[in-house]
Write a protein that binds this ligand. Structure first.
Ligand SMILES: C[S@@+](CC[C@H](N)C(=O)[O-])C[C@H]1O[C@@H](n2cnc3c(N)ncnc32)[C@H](O)[C@@H]1O
Length: 203
């Protein structure tokens, strides 16, 4: 079992159920016009929002993810993006050092990993007046009793177990195709805003 993110190819299989859910386009709609904007994709993964920013005329795009395995393809796919392989906190400190401010910030399926008051202060300091930050996150908290789900998607058989201990959500996800089984464990803190989904914050 692993607690770090898998390589992008494995991630696409294991997270198929969420990958195809609320789309990047839908989330980014809440950001308004992107033309000539300075945009930041936090926890960018494979850079889906990064690609969206560039396709919609953004002036500057930073793509941030701590996992080399996830973000490595972004530099190739998006040569005009600034790819930063670092934690959100470190990347925001780098932006501040360089005097880089942003008008539009998105964090899709990742805000729970870094949403501390220190990181929020850093993000706030990196945002222009009138800028917009959009993120999505859990909209329900799993119960303390493990909930087991099984389903089939794209010919892969999935089993998912989720439960909460205090404000930490634990998830075990297994995906099996004909040749191999991938299993992943992660635990993450979700003490903030359990109700929000596609939440927009304006500075
Ligand atoms: C669920 S994936 C979402 C990826 C992408 N935003 C998407 O919508 O496909 C979460 C990503 O957050 C990254 N991540 C987790 N904690 C992080 C942190 N503290 N700083 C930067 N990236 C982080 C992981 O490496 C992973 O790529």
């Amino acid at each position: 079992m692993r607690s770090s993110y898998p390589a992008a190819d494995d991630y696409r299989i294991m997270y198929a159920r969420y990958y195809g859910g609320r789309s990047v386009k839908e989330l980014c709609t809440h950001l308004g016009d992107l033309r000539d904007m300075k945009c930041l994709d936090l926890c960018a993964g494979e850079g889906l929002a990064t690609e969206h920013f560039l396709a919609h005329g953004a002036h500057t795009v930073w793509s941030v993810d701590e996992s080399e395995l996830m973000i490595h393809s972004v530099a190739e796919k998006c040569p005009h993006a600034r790819v930063v392989c670092a934690t959100v906190e470190s990347a925001l400190m780098l932006a501040l050092e360089e005097g880089q401010l942003f008008d539009r910030v998105v964090c899709r399926q990742g805000v729970n990993y870094w949403f501390t008051s220190k990181a929020i202060d850093l993000l706030s300091a990196c945002m222009e007046v009138g800028s917009v930050f959009v993120f999505n996150t859990f909209n329900t908290k799993p119960s303390a009793q493990p909930r087991v789900r099984q389903y089939v998607l794209n010919n892969h058989h999935y089993a998912e177990i989720a439960y909460a201990v205090g404000d930490i959500v634990h998830t075990v996800l297994g995906a099996k195709d004909t040749s191999r089984t991938k299993v992943r464990y992660f635990g993450c803190r979700v003490s903030f805003c359990m109700q929000c989904c596609n939440r927009t914050t304006r500075w």
